[in-house]
Design a protein around this ligand. Structure first.
Ligand code: F6R
Length: 609
């Protein structure tokens, strides 16, 4: 959620960190600020609201500075105001800091500091950290030592970036649970909470490990552990195309990301299937692990949780492997039944979701085997799981997740097929599944070509007061994800149900004007779903059905149908149906004039519990 940027080098530092903040806008924020060295003092500019507010300040106060740090804030302690925006000074304005995460013991520290006469200008935990590090600075007279000793007094998950007016060419940062990445340049160095903010400047990056810190100047980056021992720097080369992280001609990132799904499916499979139609995931865990596991627990939040439900469907149907799916926030305190033979799978686009990370750490403490399915290279979940399969979907910028979901489900499918191979599960033709997966990108292209029909449906029903999302089997799980998309970007209330469950209560909500979007992609149960469609229509509701080109039954029963190519597998049909459903949410939101890529109240990466 909060974004961090930093620059030291010969160029105009303020302009560069402002540009970096723009590249982090997708994370969601409610205020932003910059601190830079000018003459013998640190100048701070900050504003609540959109970056354009800060941009006006930057424009009106042209700065001559070669070192700057910047932050976009998503309020946790104290509202989104100018005062609460970062950067914050210490008590003597000798240092300025920005911070991601939460300082858990800030109330105690604040009391202690107030007792010693400190006065605070904001309600934030960050300003408390600034005063603590300021005190250490007065004691040590050295920024690196001050940050090191200051960080020891702080509890919680945080990334801190600090500058001092007495050390005008140095940025010091400390990472504890919140991500920090250093960009290595020629005669200049950068810092960010996320890789896309570095890409216009460098492709050589160093991901800071847990509990380490870095001292950054224009010509040097030194990384140490929290006791000051030097650590070797391991730069990684990022070969993402910068255009991948930009909109590429689409009106919104969300639309661009929906349209990327054919290649996302290909990329998720890349290097994981061979020409004989076998799945190659043997590097993940050895055979003995796959033959030993007797239960899978999938742990995730939001869209990733919905992908997990698809995983459960497949693991149980294909492998008869008992699988539970938990919301990460519930797993931790829910006292789940775990065994040493189980496998815990953590699904996360960002790899930084605090609840998922906390659940992962719990499993590690309990010595349960852990596997990550993660999109962001070098993220905490990717690094901390015993093994991780990267979804390889490229950066997802829109707050509403689309392509990450598809990539997660494809990886779960490959995983199920790999286990089927190792366990020699009878009756499963892995090669035929793999062929269907190979054919899926072309079918996803065909699904995208239905966009005009989806727009027609959105025009006809878009101003509905309530939208049901219904389905049976895998379609019911996709319905949950489709409903999340509509509510988060179009702000339309939804009810999502297995279709057969409607008559047990929710049907009472149906009346003229209410819409039901019905997933009916499994030809085997088309007649059952049709009965549910009739139940809705009989009470005045309208139906948009997603079905296959071969279907006649559902098509005849519904007012509007979107007909997808049949993949030959009900599971893959359901997965494919997410494409028109994402488009339906997108166009409904667009027609209503909603701010699609950054919906209200939401942030891309939820790094607080
Ligand atoms: C919805 C959405 C969220 C995320 C959830 C988990 O469109 O994006 O529900 O899926 O916050 O995030 P990750 O996958 O980063 O752990």
């Amino acid at each position: 959620m909060c974004g961090i940027a930093g620059y030291v080098g010969p160029r105009q530092a303020v302009d560069i960190v402002f540009d970096q903040l723009r590249r982090l806008e997708y994370r969601g924020y409610d205020s932003a600020g910059i601190a830079y060295l000018e003459g013998d003092h640190i100048e701070v500019m900050k504003r609540a609201g959109k970056l354009s507010e800060l941009g006006r300040l930057v424009h009106d106060h042209p700065a001559q500075s070669h070192l700057a740090i910047a932050h976009s804030r998503w309020a946790t302690h104290g509202g989104p105001t100018d005062e609460n925006a970062h950067p914050h000074y210490d008590a003597y304005e000798q240092i300025a800091i920005i911070h991601n995460g939460i300082i858990e013991n800030y109330m105690d520290l604040k009391e202690e500091l107030a007792y010693r006469g400190h006065i605070f200008r904001s309600q934030t935990d960050t300003e408390v950290a600034a005063h603590i590090i300021g005190e250490e600075y007065s004691k040590w007279g050295d920024l690196e030592e001050a940050v090191r000793h200051g960080a020891r007094r702080l509890r919680g998950a945080f990334a801190l970036v600090v500058i001092s007016k007495a050390e005008p060419s140095t940025i010091v940062c400390f990472r504890n649970a919140s991500p920090l990445v250093i960009g290595l340049g020629q005669g200049e160095n950068l810092l960010a909470s996320d890789i896309p903010a570095l890409l216009p400047y460098t492709r050589e990056v160093v991901v800071l490990e847990e509990n380490t810190m870095a001292v950054i100047t224009d010509g040097d980056v030194r990384v140490t552990d929290s006791d000051g021992r030097d650590l070797a720097i391991k730069p990684i080369h990022i070969d993402w195309d910068l255009a991948v992280a930009e909109r590429g001609g689409y009106e919104h990132f969300m639309l661009k990301e929906i349209h990327e799904q054919p290649s996302v499916i290909r990329n998720a499979m890349a290097g994981r299937v061979d020409e004989k139609g076998r799945v190659r995931l043997e590097q993940v865990f050895g055979e003995h692990v796959w033959t030993e596991i007797d239960r899978v627990n999938i742990i995730a939040c939001g869209t990733a949780y919905h992908a997990g439900l698809m995983g459960k469907h497949l693991f149980e149907k294909l492998l008869r492997l008992p699988t539970d799916v938990y919301y990460s926030s519930e797993f931790r305190y829910g006292d789940p039944v775990l065994s040493q033979k189980s496998l815990a799978i953590f699904i996360s686009q960002s790899g930084e979701t605090a609840d998922t990370l906390a659940a992962l750490r719990l499993c590690k403490q309990l010595r349960i085997r852990t596997l990550g399915i993660v999109n962001v290279v070098g993220s905490s979940i990717a690094r901390e799981c015993d093994r991780t399969i990267m979804t390889q979907a490229g950066p997802e910028i829109s707050v509403a997740s689309t392509k990450a979901y598809t990539a997660q489900v494809v990886v779960l499918t490959l995983l199920a097929l790999h286990i089927a191979q190792v366990q020699e599960v009878p009756g499963i033709r892995v090669d035929e599944w793999v062929q269907a997966l190979h054919d899926l990108p072309a079918k996803a292209e065909a699904a995208l070509e239905l966009e005009d029909e989806v727009i027609d449906a959105a025009v006809k029903v878009g101003n509905m007061p309530l939208c049901f999302f219904l389905g049976r089997g895998a379609d019911a799980y996709v319905a949950m994800e489709a409903a999340l998309k509509l509510k988060e970007i179009a702000y339309i209330p939804t009810q999502e149900y297995p279709a057969g469950e409607m008559k047990h209560g929710a049907l009472a909500l149906v009346q003229p004007g209410v819409v039901a979007v019905v997933g009916a992609t499994d030809p085997a149960i088309a007649d059952k779903v049709t009965s549910n469609i009739k139940e809705v229509q009989a009470r005045g509701g309208s139906v948009v059905a997603i079905t296959t080109t071969e279907d006649q039954i559902v098509h005849k029963a519904s007012e509007m149908t979107i007909r997808l190519p049949n993949t030959g597998y009900d599971f893959l049909n359901a997965l494919l149906s997410i494409i028109p459903l994402q488009l339906f949410a997108y166009h409904t939101a667009r027609l209503a004039g909603c701010e699609i890529d950054q919906p209200r109240n939401l942030a891309k990466s939820v790094t607080v519990e």
